[in-house]
Design a binder for this molecule. Sequence first.
Ligand code: SAH
Length: 243
Amino acid sequence: MSVFWIFNAICVIFMLMGNPKQQSLEAWLASRRKAMVQEQIAARGVSDERVLAAMEKVPRHRFLPKHLWDEAYDDGPLPIGYGQTISQPYIVAYMTEQLALSGDEKVLEIGTGSGYQTAILAELAKEVYSVEIIPELGHRAARILKELGYTNIHVRIGDGYRGWPEEAPFDAILLAAAPDHIPQPLIDQLKEGGRMILPVGEYYQDLVLIRKTPEGVVKESQIPVRFVPMRGEAERSHPPKKK
Ligand code: SAH
């Protein structure tokens, strides 16, 4: 009898200590997400309230395998298989803010990957068209995005170098893989007044913001970044220089 009560008392003590496993897991992850927005994103200067709200809402952990859930709100990229990574939360927020979305836009994303950035865009724009070159990743992302209830996302498997001509023009374009030059077909598919953000470079890249104005295309280099290289036609159209 006394052993039974001691055991019960120990259980109660553990429960009162608030072991995260005993709390609602989702509530614990939501609190981590809130801290991520404040400490990694707002603290570094992202100030668009809509972007901050989307970053606080979208459950990044759902785009990762379960064994990585406790790292889902850490300050860095994480592996998603097939040699690819889910982007660092701050970079996702930064790039999204640069697109200055207000809610009515048609957006093209190249490099669906996990689907996380796609979900953020879908929170902030009207329709999102996303192209992924690795079929397994594209299909998995589409399934998760559907499970989360998004109905304004269209995922296509293929090489995004030539964009999505049937749906062009786009108000905004975002690339999550780095070409060593700016793909002309994507500039062509950008609406006048539209914005495109992409990493450009071989090993180390710069984020480049492109604005299509009535006077022409304006390019502005921003922060240094590290993205996976853009595969397919991007590599063939500019073969690596011979040493
Ligand atoms: N924002 C994504 C990042 C994924 S990594 C996330 O947070 O999950 C970049 C993705 O671009 C990879 O999935 C890679 O397979 C894809 N990619 C690379 N080259 C591509 C191309 N030419 N067309 C479409 N997708 C491409």
